[in-house]
Design a binder for this molecule. Structure first.
Ligand SMILES: Nc1ncnc2c1ncn2[C@@H]1O[C@H](COP(=O)(O)OP(=O)(O)OP(=O)(O)O)[C@@H](O)[C@H]1O
Length: 509
C-alpha cells in the first residue's frame, strides 16, 4: 500500500533519517522500534505532514501510495491519503468536551445549505452519538460530555485514538507509543483493538518501547538505529534479544537491588488519605502503584497543589500546607511530573536551562558571585560543563546543551527532566513514571541513577509507576492504591502476581 524509497531528512544539516526503504502492507501491523532519538517520530511526522518537517526544509526521497508517487507537504495532503496519527504528546483542546475534541473539524450539522454551510447549526445529538460510537469501538467508557481537562492522561489517550478513528477512509493508522500511559487492562484492550483495526484492512504502524507488546501485536518489525533502518523481521523471526541488539548495539544489564528492611525515621507522614495513611521512611525507595484513577498520582500532585486534595502532610513532624511549593522546595522536597510537555519543561529554552532551572541557589558553583547568591549572574562555563556531564551520563541525544528542548525526541526530553531532579539533589524526590517513553537501554540507566541518588546522596525516592516489574526490581517497599486509599504494602521479596491482584482490590488489605 505504501512504499518509502531512499527517504532522508536533516535538521540544520544534521541528518536524522538516512536512506530509509520501507514497505507497508494493508491489514498488517508494522512495528517500528529504535532507541530514543533514532528517528521514529520524525519518519512518522513526514507521513503525517507535520509542519515541523516542511518548515525545516522538507524531506528527500520518494513516497508511493498504491504504486503512485505522492508528495506530503502538509497535514491536509496526509489526511487526503487516508493517513491518521496518534502522537506521543497529546494534542487535545483544553476547555472543550470529549465529543468536541473527537468531532473537531468534522462536526455533524443540521439545517445545512450548500450555499451557506457556515450558517448551519451543530447537531449535538449526532455528534455525541458519533463520539460514543468511536469510543466504544476501542473499548473506552467515558462520558462524552465531560470536559477534557477532567480526564486522566490515559483517558485522554483514548480520546485521541477515537478522534483519529472517527475519520472516514482511513488507510494507515500511525500510533506513536499509544500504550505508554495505559495500565495493564487498558493496554490489553488497546492491543486487541489494534488487531481488529488491522483486520478491517487498515495498515497500522505501531511504535513502542515495550518489546513484549511489539512481539504480541505486530506482523512485521523494523528497527531504526541513529536514523538508519538496519533490519526488518517477519513474525517467525521475532526475538527480544535480536531487537535489543539491533536497537542499541550493546548489552543491556537490568538494574536490580535487593529490598532493604526499613529502619529509618519517618521523614514524611501522609494521613487522612480517604481514611488511610502512609509513612515515608528516611532513605527508602518506595514505589506507589495502582490502576488508573485510584489516587496514586494524587499524593504528589496534591502535595504540590497541582490537583485539589484533602489529605494531611507532615515533614519531620512539621505540618505542611498543600501547594505551598516554596516551603516544599526549601525543605528539599521535589516533584517530577509525568506530563513533561505541560508541567516539566520550558520547550523553547535550551537543554542546560531546563537542567538547572530552580536549582541555581543550591549550587554555588553555578554562580559567579558566590558571596552574594541572590544578586549573582550565572556562571555559564560551570553550567555548560554540568549540562555536558549530564548529557553523557544519561545518554541524552542532542546537538549541544544550547539546543532548545523542543528539538529533542520525547524520550530525551524525559531524560532532561531526570537530569534536573539529579541537579536539584532533593532530600525527598517524588517522581512520576520516570521511564515512560524511554528506550530499553536508557530505562536501566534512569533506574540506576535513581538508586545512585538514594545510595550516594541519601535521597528518599518515591516512584509512582504502573511498571510493576521495574518497581519490584528497585524498590524497598511498594504501596498499592485502590479506590483512593492506601490498600496494601509489599516489602522484602515481592511477588509480581500478588502485586497485580492487589491492583484490582484483591488480596490482604
Ligand atoms: N524540530 C527539530 N529540530 C531539530 N532536530 C530535531 C527536530 N525534531 C527532531 N529532531 C532530532 O531528530 C532526531 C530524531 O528524533 P525523533 O523524535 O524522531 O526520535 P524518536 O526515535 O522518535 O525518539 P523517542 O523514542 O525518544 O521518541 C533527534 O536527534 C532529535 O533531536
Amino acid at each position: 500500500m505504501l512504499e518509502l524509497k531512499h527517504l532522508s531528512k536533516a535538521f540544520d544539516g544534521h541528518t536524522v533519517l538516512n536512506d530509509i526503504n520501507l514497505t507497508i502492507l494493508p491489514g498488517k501491523v508494522h512495528g517500528l522500534i529504535g532507541a530514543n532519538g533514532s528517528g521514529k517520530s520524525t519518519l512518522m511526522n513526514i507521513l503525517n505532514g507535520n509542519e515541523t518537517i516542511a518548515r525545516s526544509g522538507g524531506y528527500t526521497g520518494r513516497i508511493l501510495l498504491d504504486g503512485r508517487d505522492i508528495t506530503i507537504q502538509n497535514h491536509s495532503q496526509s489526511v487526503a491519503c487516508g493517513i491518521a496519527m496518534v502522537h506521543q504528546e497529546l494534542a487535545l483542546f483544553s476547555g472543550m468536551t470529549v465529543t468536541e475534541n473527537i468531532k473537531i473539524n468534522r462536526e455533524k450539522t443540521r439545517f445545512s445549505t450548500l450555499l451557506l454551510p457556515e450558517l448551519s447549526l451543530l447537531d449535538p445529538n449526532k455528534n455525541v452519538r458519533d463520539a460514543q460510537h468511536a469510543l466504544e469501538a476501542i473499548g473506552a467508557h467515558m462520558d462524552p460530555g465531560q470536559v477534557i481537562d477532567a480526564l486522566s492522561l490515559n483517558q485522554k489517550q483514548f480520546v485521541e485514538l477515537a478522534r483519529e478513528l472517527d475519520q472516514q477512509n482511513i488507510r494507515l493508522l500511525i500510533l506513536d507509543e499509544p500504550t505508554s500511559s495505559l495500565n495493564i487492562t487498558e493496554t490489553k484492550a488497546l492491543l486487541s483493538c489494534i488487531r481488529e483495526i488491522a483486520d478491517r484492512g487498515i495498515a497500522v504502524i505501531f511504535i513502542s518501547h515495550r518489546l513484549e507488546e511489539i512481539m504480541q501485536v505486530c506482523d512485521t518489525v523494523s528497527v531504526l538505529r541513529d536514523g538508519t533502518l538496519i533490519s526488518t523481521y517477519e513474525k517467525a523471526d521475532f526475538s527480544v534479544g535480536k531487537f535489543a541488539d539491533d536497537m542499541v548495539g550493546r548489552k543491556i544489564v537490568k538494574t536490580q537491588r535487593a529490598a532493604k528492611e526499613q529502619k529509618g525515621d519517618v521523614l514524611m507522614q501522609l494521613s487522612q488519605i480517604n481514611g488511610t495513611g502512609l509513612d515515608i521512611r528516611e532513605g527508602e525507595v518506595l514505589g506507589i502503584t495502582g490502576l488508573a484513577g485510584q489516587g496514586q498520582e494524587l499524593l504528589a500532585e496534591g502535595l504540590f497543589g497541582l490537583k485539589p486534595a484533602s489529605f494531611q502532610a507532615r515533614f519531620k513532624g512539621e505540618k505542611l500546607s498543600l501547594g505551598d511549593n516554596s516551603t516544599l522546595t526549601a525543605r528539599g522536597i521535589y516533584y517530577l511530573s509525568d506530563d513533561r510537555a505541560k508541567t516539566s519543561l520550558f520547550r523553547e529554552s535550551p537543554v542546560w536551562k531546563n537542567m538547572i532551572f530552580g536549582t541555581e541557589l543550591r549550587h554555588r558553583e553555578f554562580l559567579r558571585w558566590k558571596a552574594c547568591p541572590a544578586l549573582s549572574l550565572l556562571d555559564r562555563k560551570a553550567i555548560q560543563a554540568h549540562a555536558q556531564a549530564m548529557i553523557e551520563q544519561l545518554n541524552i541525544v542532542c546537538r549541544s546543551p544550547d539546543a532548545p528542548v523542543r528539538e529533542l525526541s520525547g524520550g530525551n526530553q524525559q531524560k532532561v527532566c531526570i537530569a534536573r531532579a539529579l541537579t536539584f539533589a532533593p532530600k525527598l524526590l517524588f517522581v512520576n513514571e520516570p521511564t515512560r517513553g524511554i528506550d530499553i537501554y536508557s530505562k536501566e540507566l534512569i533506574l540506576d541513577w535513581l538508586l545512585k541518588m538514594n545510595e550516594r546522596d541519601h535521597t528518599t525516592v518515591i516512584i509512582t509507576s504502573g511498571e510493576l516489574e521495574e518497581l519490584v526490581r528497585v524498590c524497598d517497599r511498594v504501596v498499592v492504591m485502590y479506590q483512593g486509599q492506601v490498600f496494601q504494602t509489599f516489602e522484602g521479596e515481592m511477588d509480581l502476581e500478588e502485586l497485580t491482584l492487589s491492583l484490582y482490590g484483591r488480596g490482604n488489605a
